[in-house]
Ligand binder design. Structure first.
Ligand code: PLP
Length: 452
């Protein structure tokens, strides 16, 4: 029997290899035809057929689904590698790095690509940093964060959230990664609504989970189709990710849609991760997932955007005690705790709440300015309900997002290509409002010239 197992395993490996070779060939064709690599419809058809087969032969469908997701993820990876580097989507961070290199070589760049506020953190944060040293607050702390900060976050979030439902993380990014790493297994599936912050896909893939994409369109005003979302849920789906106010579109989802998503998560026993790092920049009514009292929800937030503290690297997660315990275990393994002086600085920022209100006003004025200019240039876009960005569609006849962004970088303006937020959005760019108005005007002058 042992030799039989060995032979069968060898056979499986041969066949997997054969599958990969065919996948590479498909990748080549897609590349030649300039087609998108991931095809949800094809994946859905394979999934239906394989899960049916697993049922017929009495195999554990969950395990079968995870195995299938591993194969599908590998196919997408192989096919993406077929693309030439110039065609592969560049993210806003990629452009930011390029812009930094140009600056180091002496070129002046206006940064309209990254989501990093240009204004400083509250003054009280400076004081807190200095007193942290004087008070000896430079040690390891509780992995989940110092109690005072956890209490202050719980109080701020409200909705009867208690201190033990909070974990302080290394920025919002690590809250996302830590939630994925502690709640998902390789082959599990997460549903992400695109266009989306690329980190969801990157973090999921890093731990071997598969991202299933629900696309939204400008025509639908970036509203997700709930029926499609329902159809995408299958035996391996473990989590739905939402992000409102959204990066890059600035959309805030209506309450009805939000309720439907919570209901779907509840019915299918799924985790619901709600990234709310832009909630301080909501210009219309925003409802946090924390208000729904759903036991499998995880709210992610951060001090980076609201208090302009990107470099402090402090964020947090809100979830039930058992989820927090898992995230704490993972965080202990990965990084012990968030730096103590930074936690005290975040505490000071929370106490200086007025700054975030002022920051919201600044951001709204700038976004209005960008929208006005884009309207005059006849761009099509949905005015943002929140966050720090506008996501316009390029006019017909304009080069692809990447070539336009590269051309603009040569002219001293850094913008984010739309495809960094999803393969289907090559016809878009993201403009960030994280610069003073006079620089935004200058940048938009150059954009106007370039596209005219
Ligand atoms: N979530 C979204 C949607 C973002 O756009 C960002 C940063 O750009 C983050 C989370 C993470 O921010 P940080 O790790 O600085 O808290």
């Amino acid at each position: 029997m042992r030799s039989e197992i060995l032979q069968l395993t060898e056979k499986i490996i041969f066949q997997v290899n054969e599958r990969m070779q065919i996948s590479r060939q498909i990748g080549k064709i897609k590349n030649e035809l300039n087609m998108e690599v991931a095809d949800e419809k094809v994946e859905q058809d394979i999934r239906k057929s394989i899960l049916k087969l697993s049922k017929q032969i009495g195999m554990d469908t969950k395990f079968c689904g995870r195995l299938l997701n591993t194969l599908l993820t590998e196919s997408v990876r192989l096919q993406q590698n077929q693309n030439s580097p110039e065609l592969s989507p560049q993210t806003h961070l990629g452009i930011f790095m390029k812009a930094k290199q140009l600056e180091a070589a002496g070129k002046k760049i206006i940064h309209m690509e990254v989501g990093e506020p240009d204004y400083p953190p509250p003054k009280s944060v400076k004081k807190a940093l200095i007193t942290a040293y004087d008070n000896g607050h430079y040690h390891y702390t509780e992995t989940k964060g110092i109690p005072k900060l956890c209490q202050a976050i719980a109080k701020k979030v409200g909705n009867s959230i208690t201190e033990d439902q909070v974990i302080v993380t290394l920025g919002g990014r690590f809250a996302v990664f830590s939630a994925f790493a502690s709640l998902l297994k390789p082959g599990d599936e997460v549903i992400s609504i695109e266009p989306a912050w690329p980190a969801y896909k990157e973090c999921a893939e890093f731990i071997g989970a598969k991202t299933n994409i629900l696309k939204t369109t400008l025509e639908q005003r970036w509203n997700p189709d709930i029926k499609n979302l329902q159809d995408m849920i299958n035996g391996t789906t473990k989590m739905i990710i939402i992000n409102y106010p959204n990066n890059p579109t600035g959309k805030i989802l209506g309450e009805k849609n939000l309720e439907e998503i919570v209901a779907l998560a509840r019915e299918n026993d799924l985790f619901l991760l709600s990234d709310e790092v832009y909630s301080h920049y909501a210009f219309s009514h925003f409802k946090s997932i924390a208000e729904y009292n759903y036991e499998k929800s995880i709210v992610v937030s951060s001090f980076s955007k609201s208090y302009a503290m990107t470099g402090f690297r402090v964020g947090y997660g809100i979830a039930n005690k058992s989820i927090i315990a898992k995230m704490v275990k993972f965080q202990a393994t990965a990084l012990t705790c968030v730096a103590e002086p930074m936690q005290y600085s975040a505490l000071a920022a929370l106490e200086a709440n007025s700054n975030s209100i002022q920051n919201k006003r600044i951001m709204k004025r700038r976004l209005d300015l960008i929208c006005k200019r884009l309207r005059n240039m006849s761009f099509t876009f949905v005015e943002p309900d929140g966050a720090m960005y506008v996501y316009p569609r390029l006019k017909k006849g304009v080069d692809s997002d990447i070539s336009l962004v590269e051309k603009l970088l040569d002219l001293g303006i850094a913008l984010a290509p739309g495809s960094g937020f999803g393969e289907s959005y090559r016809g878009f760019i993201r403009i960030s409002a994280c610069q003073p108005a006079y620089l935004l005007e200058k940048g938009l002058d150059v954009l106007e010239l370039a596209v005219s």
